[in-house]
Design a binder for this molecule. Structure first.
Ligand SMILES: Cc1cc2nc3c(=O)[nH]c(=O)nc-3n(C[C@H](O)[C@H](O)[C@H](O)COP(=O)(O)OP(=O)(O)OC[C@H]3O[C@@H](n4cnc5c(N)ncnc54)[C@H](O)[C@@H]3O)c2cc1C
Length: 159
């Protein structure tokens, strides 16, 4: 028993010795819209203030966007603030604008009843919004973050 414990301790000590360490000023866990926006904003502030801090973002998916729920109605207010000229940047994945909101109550497998527009709550008004893949948006934000100098490390879960 004691010998086994000693072996476990030796292995632990050994694994501590060979473990790689990367040092960063900021570590962000999760490559969703929130983590990526935080990383981008930090690097933008660095550029504005002419200083640098190292930022690393780890994502448990095999690539940024892999674990993101995709279908999404997207209100671009926050993106307009973060990257004001996003529409002009190449490869941007947002294309489909919402043109009409319709709410239907399904009454049978083949029939439905459309709720008149005057009864629709304001929260269902999506004019000016977009229909996007949040996974694709995250991939694009990831590319943008990397261009600003953020180190993206995928396939690693923060513990
Ligand atoms: C069914 C559904 C429909 C939705 N529809 C809409 C919609 O139409 N419009 C809208 O605006 N919002 C919608 N939302 C909400 C929207 O998806 C979230 O607000 C948004 O994804 C939150 O972004 P986030 O970056 O905080 O988290 P997430 O998008 O959840 O991203 C978190 C990221 O962190 C990673 N991660 C988690 N834990 C770890 C870890 N320990 N280590 C490393 N990586 C980790 C995950 O893999 C993921 O990539 C919907 C949500 C759901 C569930």
């Amino acid at each position: 028993m004691l010998r086994r414990l000693k072996l476990v301790n030796d292995v632990r000590r050994f694994s501590t010795v060979i473990r790689d360490t990367l040092e960063y000023d900021v570590l962000i866990v999760g490559g969703g819209p929130a983590g990526l926006s935080a990383a981008i904003r930090l690097k933008q502030l660095c550029q504005q203030q002419e200083r640098d801090i190292s930022v690393c973002l780890i994502e448990k998916g095999s690539y940024v966007g892999a674990h993101i729920l995709s279908g999404n109605v997207f209100e671009p207010i926050a993106l307009n603030e973060l990257i004001p000229d996003w529409q002009k940047i190449e490869d941007f994945p947002i294309e489909t604008k919402v043109t009409e909101d319709v709410v239907k109550i399904l009454t049978s497998p083949t029939k439905s009843f459309t709720i008149p527009k005057i009864f629709m709550p304001k929260s269902i008004d999506n004019h000016g919004n977009y229909i996007i893949s949040l996974g694709q948006l995250s991939q694009w934000l990831g590319k943008h973050a990397e261009e600003l100098g953020v180190d993206l490390i995928t396939g690693i879960a923060g513990d």
